[in-house]
Write a protein that binds this ligand. Structure first.
Ligand code: GLC
Length: 491
């Protein structure tokens, strides 16, 4: 039976000159992990699609302000966690002022992880050490850490990692390996630490993070330098101690050619970017809910729940994971605006998660006026972001589906479908108003592998430039990649 199906498929493909990768069951457009022969450790990450990023540290105490001046991103400055650099605060003063105030007694790992889980997120990545050099974990490599330098004296990484394990979420850390304004800049200038000693500190930190907290699922390095040997050594250490950890490409500078980034498991796009087309390698984008990553007192440029759900769907359609950021306050609370949005995203995911988890990118190399598609096995998921009462129509797929229904409909009541065999165009009849204005997902099922029309034509309409329709709100960014609308990111 199986063999027959494959022969049939092969014949069909040969007739239509279709590349085998266009067939369901294969990774979407040949997803690969660069430079890693065995990529089985990537499977959970590929399936997960959606994670929580947490920016939290001493900078959260200042909330973007220093000596009465606002340095936040909403003021056109760098993001709030860059305060030490933006306000040119000497290392000692930064530490002496902020570390004694870091006492987030409201911090409750259980609550944070539950919120991430309810939002439908499958992994959590927190800043274990950001560019300011402060460590949120217990370390012997420096006394500039939560146990020795603050009144809090609780190992945040331990509490969060244990809670993630309990609640079944993967846990990982952001670690600023190259840029460290305290140890590598300030202390070095003071003659306290040589560069070699700094590198030893990093190695020690990595050993601790990779040995003391159970499974470390992600090592999210950031702003890598050009020294490939240095980066390779750090990558090798991760591989050695936690062979299954998924390593972020920012271990290396973007100037290092992709095929020389030996330990990079996934490509981390520049902040808040969506690629202009489907990605053919493991890719993640990270996104803020407002302008700043770290807590900022004055940033009220919140994205709406629709913005987030829309972005998540488009990430899926382009084959990209979304790491969505929260910036907890100095007391250890996620902000009410974050909680509200995550709750709503979670409700959407409860009904529509099937169209995100374990899916691959759109089978066609374009999106549609109404939105875009994701795919799993013999099912396509139409993410309808802009409702078309006259019907949701798509080209590019050969053959008539056997069934279409709203994914949020527990009864899966069939929606009428018509198929134009000449144009390979399919149309799903829909009611006048959208069941979900933010993103109504229509599942479209086929009775065999999804077959793509190799001659199909289309464009990328969402978060790209040229479409007149979206120009006012969707503007172009640099070099083939496109940012979210200015109204949304304010970049
Ligand atoms: C940038 C910033 C950093 C932030 C990161 C998140 O690299 O330097 O502050 O943590 O983006 O992706």
């Amino acid at each position: 039976m199986k063999t027959n199906k494959f022969i049939l498929l092969a014949v069909l493909q040969a007739c239509l000159f279709i590349a085998p990768t266009a067939v369901a069951g294969e990774p979407a457009n040949g997803t690969t992990t660069s430079n890693h022969a065995d990529d089985s450790h990537m499977q959970w990450w590929r399936d997960a699609r959606f994670g929580m990023f947490i920016h939290w540290g001493l900078y959260s105490v200042a909330g973007g302000e220093w000596e009465g001046k606002d340095y936040g991103k909403e003021q056109g400055g760098a993001s709030a966690e860059w305060l030490m650099n933006s306000a040119k605060i000497p290392g000692k003063q930064y530490r002496d002022t902020l570390a004694p105030q870091f006492n987030p007694t409201d911090f409750d790992a259980k609550e944070w992880v539950s919120i991430a889980k309810q939002a439908g997120m499958k992994y959590v990545v927190i800043t274990s050490k950001h560019h300011d050099g402060f460590c949120l974990f217990d370390t012997d490599a420096t006394d500039y850490n939560v146990m020795d330098a603050t009144p809090f004296k609780r190992d945040i990484i331990k509490e969060l990692s244990e809670e993630c394990a309990k609640q079944g979420l993967k846990f990982g850390v952001y670690y600023s390996q190259f840029k460290d304004w305290y140890h590598r800049s300030f202390q070095r200038k003071q003659g306290v630490l040589s560069n070699d000693e700094y590198l030893e500190l990093v190695e020690k930190n990595l050993d601790e993070l990779l040995s003391n907290y159970g499974e470390m699922a992600v090592l999210w390095f950031d702003v890598g330098g050009n020294n490939v040997i240095e980066a390779d050594q750090q990558g090798a250490r991760v591989r050695e101690l936690q062979p299954n950890a998924v390593i972020c490409s920012r271990l290396y500078s973007r100037k290092v050619p992709e095929d020389e980034r030996k330990y990079a498991d996934f490509e981390s796009l520049p902040d808040r970017m969506l690629p202009a087309e489907r990605m053919t390698q493991d890719t993640e984008t990270c996104m803020t809910m407002r302008h700043n990553w770290g807590y900022d007192q004055n940033d009220d440029h919140w994205k709406s729940t629709k913005d987030i759900i829309e972005f998540l769907a488009l990430c899926g359609a382009r084959g990209v994971n979304l790491l969505l950021n929260v910036g907890p306050d100095p007391k250890g609370n996620l902000l009410p605006e974050e909680i509200e949005r995550l709750k709503e995203v979670g409700q959407w995911m409860d009904a529509n998660g099937e169209s995100i988890y374990g899916t691959t990118s759109s089978p066609v190399d374009f999106d549609f006026w109404w939105g875009a598609m994701t795919q799993k096995d013999q099912t396509l998921y139409l993410h309808v972001l802009e409702w078309k009462p006259n019907g949701i129509e798509f080209n590019g797929i050969v053959g008539k589906p056997v069934k279409a229904y709203f994914l949020s409909d527990p009864k899966r009541t069939p929606l009428p479908v018509t198929y134009d065999a000449d144009a390979h165009s399919t149309k799903v009849k829909v009611p006048e108003t959208a069941p979900d204005q933010r993103n109504t997902v229509i599942a479209v099922e086929y009775d065999s592998a999804v077959v793509v029309d190799p001659n199909a034509k289309g464009k990328y309409h969402w978060y790209t430039t040229r479409s007149k329709r979206h120009t006012e709100i969707r503007r172009s960014a640099n070099a083939g990649r496109h940012e979210l609308p200015e109204a949304v990111t304010g970049d």
